[in-house]
Design a protein around this ligand. Structure first.
Ligand SMILES: *Cc1c(COP(=O)(O)O)cnc(C)c1O
Length: 431
């Protein structure tokens, strides 16, 4: 039978996506990354078609001997490189990792204290997201405008007064570390647990460019495995406390996953190995690039958030573009020039500004992975200025963006593996 049009369309769209996002755009979405060719090769494997309910070597199905080995290997690598005593890679996303932890730490009607929205807390921490779905009461800790962070003194008092079941730190618009070691003693003094959501900064933690919250008193770290950490989309739960870890781990299956998308396991293992050997260089380059981007944008007349605090300690930069027309408009114009960023609420915005917030959130982790250093990042800042401030035609700037991107087509901080010696005849990739 001839290939139907619908199928042609699917193949064509996939090819166009690959060409556009992998070779023609500068991707600055702070929550994204790319895997190395080796990680992608093992991701596109037979594991993607299988089930392995339960834990390694204690499965409910047959046929899992290689899954058992690869899952054990990935867990051990994660424990080693984080470091953590225990980890569970079965949550298929950061949101589900949070759900599993929150569900064990509190019952419906119990209280949780979360970082203020202005300090970047994620929707899954709130009454609008996972916390709300679990019926747990969402109470926000106070915000310290000057430090753009949780107000430590007021939060400590609130913890002592409210005696929540748990406290959540870690954020999505996340420039400066939340005060983990400062608040941990207060959390523990009322018998509560501290959950640190490292979704955005896990790669920086592994690369030692950000403190490990488990060393600073967090009882749990939850994470995504695909933001600064360059693995497949997925989640994980880590802890140093065997008792509470086991309680959570016991419930992941069957409460939150049936199959746990097994092809994530070899791909996450590859990313963990890459981070073991190259993570420090990668993470320190990310933070240098983020700082350089903030400075370069500020020099070019942008209102970069957090100047008095040195702009950023993470992979992110936040820019207030209200006077230039707002985040929605500028993000759209940049997309026309093949520069991909997202509009974002800033601490100065109100919740109702959600569709046209003041900010852009910009992350440098993916372009760092493709090899950009500070000078290249300055060129990116110049291209952003041409669109947003100089009002150059985005179509013209797009040509310069594509030309710049041609120097950054290969993932760095990885091993050069001859994949042909591992290929079997079965699984093709569209590259
Ligand atoms: C992205 C993010 C998540 C959710 O991760 P998913 O893997 O997309 O479910 C959770 N918490 C924070 C702080 C995040 O930024």
């Amino acid at each position: 039978m001839e290939i139907p049009n619908e199928l042609e369309k699917v193949l064509q769209l996939t090819k166009e996506q690959n060409t556009w996002r992998r070779t023609q755009t500068i991707n600055l979405i702070a929550s994204e990354n790319v895997m190395s060719p080796t990680a992608e090769a093992v991701y596109m494997s037979d594991f993607m078609s299988r089930y392995a309910e339960g834990k390694p070597y204690k499965r409910f199905y047959q046929g899992t001997k290689y899954v058992d080995e690869i899952e054990t290997l990935a867990i051990n690598l994660m424990n080693e490189v984080t470091p953590a005593k225990f980890s569970d890679l079965r949550p298929i996303s950061g949101t589900l990792a949070n759900a599993a932890v929150f569900r064990i730490l509190a019952k419906p009607g119990d209280k949780a204290l979360i970082a203020p929205v202005q300090a970047g807390s994620h929707v899954s921490h709130t009454k609008f997201g996972t916390l709300g779905a679990l019926g747990i009461e969402h109470i926000e800790m106070p915000y310290d405008k000057e430090n753009m962070n949780v107000d430590i003194d007021k939060a400590a008092k609130m913890i002592e007064e409210i005696k929540p079941k748990f406290v959540v730190l870690g954020g999505s618009l996340y420039l400066f570390p939340h005060p983990t070691k400062e608040l941990a003693p207060y959390v523990h003094s009322v018998g509560a647990k501290l959950v640190y959501d490292a979704a955005h900064v896990y790669g920086l933690i592994v690369g030692k460019a950000w403190s490990n919250p488990l060393d600073e008193g967090a009882d749990f770290m939850t994470t995504s495995t695909h933001k600064t950490f360059p693995g497949p989309q997925g989640g994980s739960i880590l802890s140093n406390d065997e008792t509470i870890f086991k309680e959570v781990s016991r419930t992941i299956f069957p409460w939150f996953v049936s199959n746990h998308h097994l092809h994530r396991l070899p791909a996450t293992a590859v990313a963990l190995i890459e981070m073991k050997y190259f993570g420090k260089d990668y993470a320190s380059q990310i933070t240098k690039n983020a700082k350089k981007l903030a400075e370069s944008l500020a020099e070019r007349g942008f209102k970069v958030v957090g100047e008095h605090l040195g702009y950023t300690k993470s992979h992110q930069v936040a820019v207030n573009v209200r006077e230039l027309g707002g985040g929605a408009k500028i993000a759209k114009m940049l997309e026309e020039a093949n520069i991909i960023v997202n509009k974002n609420l800033l601490p100065c915005d109100k919740p109702e500004d959600v569709n046209n917030p003041s900010g852009l959130r910009i992350g440098v982790q993916e372009m760092t992975r493709y090899g950009m250093k500070e000078d290249d990042i300055e060129e990116v800042a110049e291209l952003i200025k041409k669109v947003a401030i100089d009002n150059k035609d985005p179509k013209d700037v797009k040509k310069e963006v594509i030309a710049l991107r041609q120097k950054f087509l290969d993932v760095k901080y990885t091993f050069n593996v001859d994949l042909s010696s591992y290929s079997t005849k079965s699984i093709p990739m569209i590259i």
